[in-house]
Design a protein around this ligand. Structure first.
Ligand code: SAM
Length: 275
C-alpha cells in the first residue's frame, strides 16, 4: 500500500485590482499591526477582507474568535481550505457593507487592511457601529489616514476628520511603504488606531443624526461660509442663524475652521432651534 499523499495546496487566485487587492507580504507589518491591537486571548476580532489570510492566520492563533468577511468568491474558497484547521474562524462570503453589525458581540476589535476603493464608506459604516466596537486597527491609504487625524484649519481637515474624531480618538500608528504589498499599489499606506467611545460611553443616536446633518451641511460647499453652505443645502435659514447666534459662532466662518467641540455645540443648538 502506498503512503497517503498530503492534500495538494489550493492554487492561489489571481489578484483582482478592482476589489482593492493588494496583499500584505511583510510579516514585520503583520507583527506591528498585532502589537498595535494589543490583543488578549479572549478578544473577538472582526476582519474585513481577509484576502489570502496574511492577518487572519496569525489572528486565529491569538484570539478566541475571528469573524472575517471576504467579497471575492475565489479568495473565500481558497481561505476556507487553507484555514480549515481553525475552528474558531467564522469565514463569511459577502460585502462587509451589508454585514449585520448588530450580531457582533459588544467589545469586538476590528482589524483590517481595508480595500482602497471602499476604505471611506467602510470606515463610515464602522464608525456608525462604534458602540459595539471596542477599538479598530485599520490600514488604509496614507492620505485617508492623514485626513482622519487632521486638525481644524489644515488642508486635510474635513468631513472625515470631524466624523472620525467625534466618534473615536484616532492615532496614526505607522506608515507602510507600498513595497510591503503585492501587487505593489501606487501609494503608501498607514495604520490608524481608533479607540474611545465604546458601549461604556453610549451616545444619543438621535443626536448623532443631527450632528451628521450639521457637519454634512457645513462641508457641502467647502469654499463658502457656514451660513451659505447650509443655505445651499436647503436648510431653513432661521434655524441655522439662531443656532449660530446661540453658540456665538461667526456665520462668516468656513466649516474647515470649526473644531469638533464647536460642531457638537452647533448640533445641540440646531436641535433646540428646530424644536
Ligand atoms: N487582508 C489581506 C491582506 O492584508 O493581505 C487582504 C487585504 S486587500 C487590501 C483587501 C481585501 O478586501 C481583498 O481581499 C478584497 O477582495 C476584499 N474586499 C474588497 N471589497 C470588499 C468588501 N466590500 N467586503 C469585504 N471584502 C472586500
Amino acid at each position: 500500500m502506498s503512503p497517503r499523499q498530503p492534500e495538494p495546496m489550493p492554487s492561489l487566485p489571481r489578484p483582482r485590482k478592482r476589489l482593492g487587492q493588494h496583499f500584505l507580504i511583510d510579516p514585520n507589518i503583520t507583527r506591528k499591526i498585532l502589537k498595535a491591537a494589543a490583543l488578549s486571548p479572549e478578544d473577538v476580532v472582526f476582519e474585513i477582507g481577509p484576502g489570502r489570510g496574511a492577518l487572519t492566520q496569525v489572528l486565529c492563533e491569538r484570539v478566541s474568535k475571528v469573524i472575517a468577511v471576504e467579497l471575492d468568491r475565489h479568495l473565500f474558497d481558497y481561505l476556507s481550505q487553507i484555514c480549515a484547521q481553525h475552528d474558531h474562524l467564522e469565514l463569511l462570503h459577502g460585502d462587509a457593507l451589508d454585514f449585520p453589525y448588530d450580531t457582533l458581540p459588544v467589545g469586538t476589535v476590528v482589524i483590517s487592511n481595508l480595500p482602497y476603493y471602499m476604505a471611506t464608506p467602510l470606515l463610515f459604516r464602522l464608525l456608525q457601529e462604534r458602540d459595539r466596537i471596542d477599538r479598530m486597527v485599520l490600514m488604509l491609504q496614507r492620505e485617508v489616514a492623514e485626513r482622519m487625524i487632521a486638525e481644524p484649519g489644515s488642508r486635510d481637515y474635513g468631513l472625515l476628520s470631524v466624523v472620525t474624531q467625534y466618534q473615536t480618538k484616532p492615532r496614526k500608528a505607522f506608515v507602510v511603504p507600498a513595497s510591503c504589498f503585492r501587487p505593489v499599489p501606487q501609494v503608501d499606506s498607514a495604520v490608524v488606531c481608533l479607540t474611545g467611545r465604546t458601549a461604556r460611553n453610549p451616545t444619543d443616536a438621535r443626536f448623532d443624526d443631527v450632528f451628521m446633518k450639521v457637519v454634512r451641511g457645513a462641508f457641502a460647499h467647502r469654499r463658502k461660509t457656514l451660513i451659505n453652505s447650509c443655505r445651499e443645502e436647503r436648510w431653513e435659514e432661521p434655524v441655522i442663524r439662531r443656532a449660530l447666534e446661540r453658540t456665538r459662532i461667526d456665520p462668516r466662518r468656513r466649516a474647515e475652521t470649526l473644531t469638533v467641540r464647536e460642531f457638537i455645540s452647533l448640533a445641540h443648538a440646531v436641535r433646540t432651534s428646530e424644536n
